[in-house]
Design a protein around this ligand. Structure first.
Ligand code: G
Ligand code: MN
Length: 396
């Protein structure tokens, strides 16, 4: 039979507090208080004893007097920080001074209380100290048990290591883009990572942005895809995604650039999501890229930005409709109207329209009805290692 009073939450062991004060009577009083609040207390009569206790075991928090002979509270705090211990320290003083308060803050004391200390104030202060101390311990335990990836994005050094591993593990997936008749038009190159800590392209881009490595990432992506496509003459057209930052990289135009060497087969995809600001200043750059032989596509058209700025400035050779417009196109009159008017406008301008993210036969039929020139999506082929085959199912 189970015990009805058994607690459902696992009980934590009592938090451990190191109490340092050279006045015996006062120390005993504080110790009694701390124990009455449920802490396990170790007493030290001065800073040197306190330091010895810290070397012998771990504590969740320290409560220390400041003025003590030999090693005082500030010196103790300094010694603690020098040992890389981030245990929270609450300082008590009978003789407050601006100097000691300033030094306490600089060394990261959690609190600075003036004697006679209000019990309730001390109780709150110690509760906070112990909570933080426990958190610090849990974090250190988690870090020491997990590989560098576990350090999380907050740890720059860890992120750098992970990012370098990602750069080495980078590979390009390709997804076919097909004509209305099911002929191969080209492939879109899509960045993929084998690094478990940064598995998604979005996470790789975020890390590159945080580390200011977007340029290196973009160059690697372009070099890899250019290398894989250069010798494959059957790949007539290669679609490459550019981060808005890549537009500024002169490498795209350099004679040594592997992509530039095949520029007349390359369509640069510029996402509508990010280029909306400073669009005008892009115009000269786009012109340069065009004269180098590249074609330009607007990616993710209709992803939420209603304006036509991107269209007017880029004068794209190709537009790629955002997947959200394609999803359920067969069932939505509104989406059909939007897609239909885009394809009408593009026909007049001589711009080809790609329907991206076609997943079902129904969507496919609707895409053809709406007048899209090119199709891409899981229905035909998922992105895969170079160069995936595709299927051409009979439309419904
Ligand atoms: O932003 P951009 O349009 O470049 O993103 C293309 C992404 O869409 C790729 O990561 C690719 O894997 C994914 N994708 C390609 N085809 C489909 C599809 O049919 N359905 C869905 N949900 N995603 C797709
Ligand atoms: Mn794209």
């Amino acid at each position: 039979m189970s015990h009805p009073e058994r607690p459902t939450v696992r009980e934590l062991p009592p938090s451990r507090v190191l109490l340092v004060d050279d006045e015996d009577a006062l120390r005993r009083l504080f110790a009694r208080l701390l124990r009455s609040w449920g802490y396990e207390v170790t007493e030290a009569a001065n800073g040197t004893q306190g330091l010895a206790a810290l070397e012998a075991s771990t504590f969740d928090a320290i409560c220390s007097d400041i003025s003590m002979p030999d090693l005082d509270g500030i010196e103790l705090l300094r010694a603690v920080r020098k040992r890389d211990l981030d245990v929270p320290v609450v300082l008590l003083t009978g003789a407050p001074s601006i100097e000691s308060a300033g030094e306490a803050i600089r060394l990261g004391a959690l609190d600075y209380l003036v004697k006679p200390v209000d019990n309730e104030r001390l109780k709150q202060s110690m509760a906070r100290a112990v909570r933080l101390g426990r958190l610090g311990r849990a974090k250190r335990a988690a870090i020491s048990e997990s590989p560098p990836a576990g350090h999380g994005a907050g740890d720059r050094a860890g992120l750098e290591v992970t990012f370098e591993a990602t750069m080495r593990s980078l590979w390009m997936a390709y997804q076919p883009i097909l004509t209305r008749d099911g002929a191969l038009f080209g492939y879109e190159a899509l960045m993929r990572s084998r690094e478990p800590a940064l598995p998604h392209p979005g996470a790789v881009l975020d890390a590159a942005e945080k580390l200011d490595r977007l340029e290196a990432l973009g160059r690697r992506i372009r070099a890899l895809s250019a290398m894989q496509v250069a010798g494959r003459v059957e790949v007539r057209t290669l679609f490459v995604n550019l981060h808005p930052r890549d537009l500024r990289d002169d490498e795209l135009l350099s004679d040594d650039s592997p992509l530039r060497a095949i520029a007349d087969r390359v369509v640069l995809e510029i996402t509508e999501r990010a280029t909306i600001d400073k669009m005008e200043s892009l115009a000269p750059r786009i012109a340069e890229l065009r004269s180098a032989g590249y074609r330009i596509a607007i990616d993710d058209l209709g992803a939420g930005y209603a304006g036509l700025t991107a269209f007017a400035v880029l004068e794209p050779d190709i537009v790629k409709l955002d997947m959200t417009l394609i999803r359920g196109l067969d069932g939505s009159r509104t989406k059909q109207r939007i897609v239909g008017s885009i394809t009408d406008a593009c026909r007049d301008l001589g711009t080809l329209v790609v329907a991206e993210g076609v997943e079902t036969r129904g969507e496919w039929t609707a895409v053809l009805d709406a007048g899209c020139d090119l199709v891409q999506g899981y229905l035909f082929a998922k992105p895969a290692e170079p160069f995936p085959a595709f299927s051409w199912p009979a439309p419904t």
